[in-house]
Write a protein that binds this ligand. Structure first.
Ligand code: FES
Length: 133
């Protein structure tokens, strides 16, 4: 399933967000892009920002919290992003490589202006896609 990169309006892109890509080639088509810094807006989620900037984070369910393929690690900026809800926590628990700063990028919304760093693990592209219900 594909997700439209950004299907609603946001404010100005004032939040710097850095993506650390463990395996950039399948995500961007460029093996040398281990770090990409771009700008996001308050109200956008991390998956939207990644897709807008040609970082193809896996998103098997289309960004509706029904898989765990968009799993990332929120390295910096936890305090400026939305708190995970129970549904997200349940999904993240099932995700491979789950750790304390694990988030579903489609559910992690920027709430205020402060730099964010997100690590996209190498296995993101290899996650098993779930069959839609
Ligand atoms: S894309 Fe499925 S939970 Fe984020």
């Amino acid at each position: 399933m594909h997700m439209k990169a950004s299907d609603h309006d946001h404010g100005p892109k004032t939040v710097p967000i850095t993506f650390l890509l463990e395996d950039p080639e399948p995500l961007t088509g460029d093996a040398s892009k281990t770090e990409v810094t771009c700008m996001g807006a308050v109200g956008e989620n991390i998956l939207e920002i990644a897709l807008d900037n040609h970082i193809n984070i896996e998103h098997a369910c289309g960004g509706v919290c029904a898989c765990s393929t968009c799993h990332v690690f929120l390295e910096v900026g936890e305090e400026v992003c939305s708190e995970p809800e129970d549904d997200e926590l349940d999904r993240v628990e099932e995700a491979p490589g789950n750790q304390i700063n694990s988030r579903l990028s489609c559910q992690t919304v920027i709430e205020s202006e402060s730099p964010i760093t997100v690590k996209v693990p190498a296995w993101n592209r290899n996650a098993v896609k779930e069959v839609p219900h």
